[in-house]
Design a protein. Sequence first.
Length: 239
Amino acid sequence: MTTGTIAPKLLVLAYPLVLGNLLQTFYNLADMFWVGRVSPDAVGAVSLMFPLTWMFVSTAMGITAATIALVSQYVGAGDDRQADRVVAQTILLTIAVSVTLAALGWTFRHELLSTMGAEGQVFVDALEYIEVIFFALPLTFLFFAFRASLQGAGDTKTAMWLMLGSAGLNVVLDPFLILGWGPFPAMGTRGAAWATFAARAFVTAAGVGILLRGGFGVKLHPRDLVPDPAILTKLVDVG
């Protein structure tokens, strides 16, 4: 990556990022497709939640942007050990922020939906959807911590492939959990949210496993999962 023509190397690094971000929309699009077979109110509920879920995704991307910068800086300088420490502190930071947001969102979920204009059956369907999504929030943030860690080390493809598998799993699970295919009960919008939860859990577990195993430029060391004020301050300042 450090020799040769720049443009092709930029393309190799960039296209997995673009595709990965596009796959993020697949969660909501797949959910809307299948809840469309439930009722117009269910479609309205999921559509209403689309901006909120993207706000969470954007927040996760913003927080972990500093990780890309710091990891790439340390890897480029040959200080792999410090890069690994940044990865661990990113995990701690994303857990703290996501759990806080999830707790606040859950506590004020009724007020939040009312502020967004949900009422009647749309309110009920949106509530069933967002309650599960709040539980999935830490998983979403952890995946972006994993993605940013590998991006900083120069690997943009691994996260893309995991995201592809996660989006595919969500598409497969949606009809079973939304419409009640097979042994599953029909859960409507709540089923759509549980499908998303399962897909997020899959990709997050795989991502954390990869970081623990190492071999992709950085490695997560459990002993580093202790707050380091200096690194946390850098992550907040840069992010």
